[in-house]
Design a protein around this ligand. Structure first.
Ligand SMILES: Cc1cc2nc3c(=O)[nH]c(=O)nc-3n(C[C@H](O)[C@H](O)[C@H](O)COP(=O)(O)O)c2cc1C
Length: 373
């Protein structure tokens, strides 16, 4: 539905990955290497899907990942996604690259909202956003460490995505007819004011950062382990490090004070050729799983994927594209539907496994290939 509803340039921005998209494909495919070991002939009155992540009570072990500029997919964007997450009893993580003010996103949701931090715009801009997020009552800070520069997403280049978000959109003939074929999307986009600067990246003396500056700003403001110290001091709350793929980085993140880690390759949008997130999960769980919560994201498309990640030791997962497709297809109702599908999948998979709760999932429910041990 999303593919039909939005212009190709927008769909490809959402759907695509870096370079040859090897990691993007592998994120989903790797789940196929794991097979279930069910316990049959077990009657379960109820399956308990609840979990606790970062001290937050969640009605299901799936949170919504930060997805930059969701407002391009639907005017409701980040506000719609946060509201749907809250309604489903789970958490929403707001990207720094948000089209909506962080205060509005927090106020819209009945559930917890976390803030994902990039340092674009420099330390002063980041400190201002951290302070606003703290005052607004955000439940955690997610620091993404895999974006030293923006990955090259070749589909975006082919589609002229840079021009689409720039001021010179009209003369770019190849994709203008494509956009005109989606009048519903176009009307919503124009009514929403078109592309606007980023309201949560406010550079002192300059104001909100224009969307076009994002790639250069990311490259100019790589987050380092040393930065975690002042980020922690400014935030004064729990920090999640997102983008860990090795035991070494996991240990370093914990030593620097992370309360949780998200094993992630950014949905295959950054360094192409790294292994699937779920494949990296056992290594990270073995390294730090007794000290902090381990989350993962990348390739979650069905409830069965969530169950497999939990069997390998993840406390919860984040989904990105799965809900972004819903948002592009039908706005807030589409995100509601995504979460309903995942919840129904989870319940059914647990019943078919003969497992009473997500908390009871462990490796005994999985065949894990020898090479993964
Ligand atoms: C369109 C899009 C934009 C994204 N923007 C961000 C972002 O701004 N910050 C971030 O940390 N991760 C971002 N991500 C990565 C997601 O948070 C998450 O790691 C990834 O989508 C998980 O893979 P999945 O899409 O297979 O679920 C983005 C992902 C997509 C698809």
């Amino acid at each position: 539905m999303a593919r039909r509803r939005v212009p190709r340039a927008v769909f490809d921005y959402l759907d695509g990955g870096a370079e040859g998209e090897v990691t993007l494909r592998e994120n989903c495919r790797a789940f196929e290497d794991l097979t279930f070991r069910p316990r049959h002939a077990v009657a379960l009155a109820e399956c308990d899907l609840r979990t606790r992540a970062l001290g937050l009570d969640l009605s299901l072990p799936v949170m919504l990942a930060p997805v930059g500029y969701s407002r391009l997919m639907h005017p409701g964007g980040e506000v719609a996604a946060a509201r749907a997450a809250g309604r489903a009893g789970t958490a929403y993580i707001l990207s720094t690259v948000s089209g909506h003010k962080l205060e509005h996103v927090q106020a819209a949701s009945a559930g917890p909202v976390l803030y994902q931090l990039y340092l674009m715009g420099g330390r002063a801009a980041a400190e201002a956003a951290i302070e606003r997020a703290r005052v607004a009552g955000f439940a955690g800070l997610v620091v993404t460490i895999d974006t030293a520069v923006a990955g090259i997403r070749e589909r975006d280049h082919r589609n002229g995505m840079k021009e689409l978000v720039g001021p010179d959109v009209l003369p770019k003939v190849p994709f203008v007819p494509e956009i005109l074929r989606h009048p519903g999307w176009l009307l919503g986009f124009l009514r929403d004011g078109g592309i606007q600067p980023l309201p949560n990246v406010v550079i002192p003396g300059q104001g909100p950062m224009p969307l076009l500056d994002v790639a250069a700003a990311l490259a100019a403001s790589t987050v380092t382990w040393e930065d975690l110290e002042w980020i922690r001091a400014a935030w004064r709350g729990p920090i999640v490090v997102k983008g860990v793929l090795t035991a070494e980085d996991a240990r370093r993140a914990v030593d620097e004070g992370a309360a949780a880690i998200s094993v992630s390759n950014h949905g295959g949008r950054q360094l192409d050729g790294v292994q699937a997130s779920v494949r990296a999960l056992p290594e990270v769980v073995a390294a730090v799983g007794t000290r902090v919560e381990v989350w993962m994201d990348g390739g979650i498309r069905r409830g069965a994927d969530v169950v497999k990640a939990l069997c390998l030791g993840a406390r919860a997962v984040l989904c990105g594209r799965a809900y972004a497709y819903g948002l592009a297809a039908a706005g807030e109702a589409g995100v509601d539907r995504t979460l309903e599908i995942l919840r129904a999948d989870l319940d059914r998979t647990l019943r078919l496994l003969g497992c009473p709760s997500v908390a009871a999932l462990d490796r005994s429910y999985l065949n894990v290939p020898k090479s993964w041990q």
